[in-house]
Design a binder for this molecule. Sequence first.
Ligand code: BES
Ligand code: MN
Ligand code: ZN
Length: 492
Amino acid sequence: MRIMLAIKAGDPAACRVPLLAIALASGKAVPRDLARLDRATGGAIARAVKAKDFKAGRDETLLLYAEGVGPQRVMLIGMGLSVTAGGIGRAAAIAGRRANAMGVQRAAFWVASPDAEAIESIAAGASLGAWEYRELKTQPPASERPKALESLTILVAKLDAAGRAALANGRAIAEGHIIARTLAMMPGNLCTPEYIAATAQAVAKRHGLKCTVRGRKEMRALGMGSFLAVAQGTPQDPKLIVMEYNGGGSERPICLVGKGLCFDSGGISIKPADRMEWMKFDMCGAAGVIGAMEAIARMKLKINVVGLVGSTTNMPSGTAMNPGDVVKALNGKTIEIINTDAEGRLVLADLLSYAAREFKPQAMIDAATLTGAVVVALGNTATGVMGTDQKVVDELLAAGRRAGEPSWQLPMWDEYKDQIKSDIADVKNIGSRGGGAITAAIFLAEFIEGAPWAHLDIAGTAYTEMDLGIIGRGPTGVPVRTFVEFVRGRAR
Ligand code: BES
Ligand code: MN
Ligand code: ZN
């Protein structure tokens, strides 16, 4: 589901919509531009602020009704002290979600003097908030169908080319989010490796990207023994998907790499049944890569980007890999499998070597719902960032800040290396209990073949098991926007 996004110049008091959302900062007087709108509400805005019934705290809302030719309803949305692009985008997400829940079909959004970055965030945020996955619920007849938000218009004092371009960029991000979140929300029986490959091909076709999809046979020929070990237990054909966007001539590309486990049962080291259903989200890294490719292609960024996805399921069966098995990765290193549930790193190992060798990237970034340990370390607020190239790490942290997708670095010191030493192979696939997010990254670093690399552990941030207020249970869209911001930061 997508909403139409528009931008236009005009006085909020004259905007004829069922709902007008007004984002306000706390501790400030009501902006003068709202004087006429305040009068249309009979002075309710100023009185609510004066009485401190509305303090404009972060996520606070107040619904008022207006008279006259302008908006029917006015929803004040607080931003707290965070009048950054991220804070404004958050208010827009609330506007989108609330309008949708109220069954308002048309809405407008106003915030004091938004710059291009803010306009982009409003468009992306409103779409994020209004998105719902309804595809698998039987639809009631059209006459009884609950109304949903269909369009949102951003109101500005003066519209210029920069504002229009910012809206287009916001739309591009919104489209990337929708693709990623739809893939993520779809259950494993529908979102199969084949379906992920078809989605990548559809994105590629729409924008004229090169896209190659390889299966078990081709991967065997390449020598991807690590990835294939994970896929050994399922009859479904695993997929290695490579999407190439060429916007930067002959320069080295950025490689974006995603873990795409359509379901992670744990394999022979099977997971407990309780909440196992959430492991359909184990393909959020892959969804993030495909969503980012859509946004990057839409924005026509002047840079080369290759998106690589490894997709399969991790199943226990008579053909599955077993603890104690030793497999050989694409780069020749041998891996002792201690725990078959540490499968994401086995898939990524071959993807990273492949990306590094094939594309000699200027930067290589993977995103993966890789460890429960990163959730212990950082909770559901920050993505874990680790890497061997501090410049790439620093750019990623900055990109995450701009994207409103906070991330935090964890160390990759040599001291952790001992933990993945194996008695009989080059490395083993797990360390000891503590620092699990770090040892997973240390393992990945064995396979990067010298590429400037960083890794996003999105296990705590790519989807939410709680309603977050601005969005409901399910996929958050992380890391689509972080990827886009990183790439844009390096584009010409
Ligand atoms: N997909 C999981 C990680 C995960 C856990 C994602 C919770 C989201 C929420 C990954 O494949 C996994 O199972 N990791 C194990 C590693 C362990 C066996 C070393 C984990 O974190 O428990
Ligand atoms: Mn696992
Ligand atoms: Zn997994």
